[in-house]
Design a protein around this ligand. Structure first.
Ligand code: MLT
Length: 269
């Protein structure tokens, strides 16, 4: 598939746009890129239009300078500008982990543009002061020593034990995704994640139908974080995927796609 590119708000963004029908915008996590969603695009594009951007600073999208901060609001505004370019007013907005932080920021900024929400392996809480400090250290180390330091720190935490033991190809694919991330883009997003506000109190204001999905063995945003969102978001549904970790959509694509497919099929036109 040929990469599509658009310049929005001063940033060149790469994205894929496959299928026809009701639009679904999927936002990847940190420090990944739009290929995170390949299995979802393949399975869901027979019925839906699946749009997957590389967020600012990731994949084939341009990064800013070393000092930049990519707040979750900045990334949400980029996503809204991409929808503007595509002449899409409302879409299902989905995000995994950092993509979920962006999806929540999007919902706060543009509630009327959210037809429905998918929050995968993510959380509403802000970082603790220690986690914020850790992000700054990780950013500095990545800029100094390279993105491999981020891969080494994250890979052991990303997968369920079953994935790590039985699916080395998934581990390798994620490593390659991380190694392709620019250190500037990663540093900017780390600062942006550290700054993100606590959105727990916002959850009760969400009116869009919401699906929450989490790997049962997600060690980074564990199921208890998803429980908080399920409790606070009116009418939301939680699906816990067994034997999946933090990248549940890659580790158990069949189960993930089934949960999302059922949710999308049930939305009223
Ligand atoms: C992600 O997968 O996007 C990150 O692990 C999120 C985070 O570091 O909080």
């Amino acid at each position: 598939m040929a990469t599509r590119q658009v310049t929005v708000r001063g940033a060149r963004l790469a994205y894929d746009d496959t299928g026809e029908g009701s639009p679904v915008l999927l936002l990847h996590g940190f420090p990944f890129n739009r290929s995170l969603w390949s299995e979802q695009a393949e399975a869901l594009s027979s019925k839906y239009r699946i749009i997957t951007p590389d967020l600012r600073g990731f994949g084939e999208s341009a990064a800013e300078d070393e000092e930049a901060t990519a707040t979750m609001e900045t990334l949400a505004q980029d996503a809204a500008a991409l929808l503007d370019e595509l002449k899409i007013d409302r879409a299902v907005i989905g995000g995994l982990s950092m993509g979920g932080y962006v999806a929540l920021a999007f919902t706060r900024l543009f509630p009327l543009r959210v037809r429905a929400l998918i929050l995968a392996d993510t959380r509403a809480q802000a970082d603790s002061p220690e986690a914020q400090k850790g992000r700054e250290e990780t950013a500095a180390k990545a800029l100094r020593e390279g993105i491999g330091t981020v891969a080494d720190a994250m890979l052991p935490k990303l997968f369920a034990p079953a994935t790590a033991a039985e699916h080395p190809e998934i581990v390798e694919r994620v490593r390659a995704m991380i190694m392709g991330t620019s250190t500037k883009g990663a540093a900017a997003a780390l600062r942006g994640m550290a700054e993100r506000p606590d959105r727990t109190h916002f959850l009760a204001q969400i009116l869009a139908p919401t699906l929450i999905v989490v790997g049962g063995e997600d060690a980074i945003t564990p199921p208890k974080d998803s429980e908080v969102m399920r409790r606070e978001i009116r009418g939301s549904r939680l699906v816990v995927i067994p034997n999946a970790g933090h990248v549940s959509n890659l580790e158990r694509p069949h189960e993930f796609n089934q949960a999302v497919g059922i949710f999308l099929d049930e939305l009223t036109p």
